[in-house]
Design a protein around this ligand. Structure first.
Ligand SMILES: [Zn+2]
Length: 143
């Protein structure tokens, strides 16, 4: 899903929570929009460098192509997995900012899920970092 869509929905959620949480809602935006930076991290890790705009266009325009989908299935995005979610859930018990981040993160995951389902793509990203690590080590595609 495009960052603009994530931003609009995160902004709406942040606006709805603003009266109760004040400027802490900035963490809703962080969790809802900026976690997609992990796509860029993956690109840098894999290609050893990268122009941000080029990476953005790569994911934006090649996303629906079959080869791209197959490629994404073998990739791991460090903020799009259950281990990261667990860390944020635990942190949210101790910090209101982390709780706001969690709300944005959950909204982001839901929007990604809807986008993938709408495009007929089933579980495109690896949901677990450790499962990805084990499967990649064994030479299989991670799911
Ligand atoms: Zn995402």
């Amino acid at each position: 899903m495009l960052p603009t869509t994530h931003f609009i929905f995160s902004l709406l959620l942040a606006a709805g929570l603003f009266n109760h949480y004040g400027w802490l809602v900035i963490f809703v935006i962080a969790g809802g929009v900026f976690i997609d930076i992990d796509h860029y991290f993956w690109h840098i890790y894999n290609k050893k460098g990268g122009n941000f705009l080029k990476v953005y266009k790569h994911y934006k325009y090649d996303y629906a192509k079959f080869e791209m989908i197959e490629k994404i299935k073998s990739e791991i995005y460090i903020f799009h997995n259950v281990e990261f979610l667990i860390i944020v859930v635990v942190m949210s018990f101790f910090s209101a900012g982390a709780f706001m981040f969690l709300l944005g993160l959950l909204l982001h995951y839901i929007l990604d899920f809807i986008d993938e389902a709408r495009n007929g793509i089933d579980k495109i990203k690896s949901v677990s970092f450790f499962a990805w690590l084990v499967r990649t080590k064994n030479g299989k595609k991670a799911r």
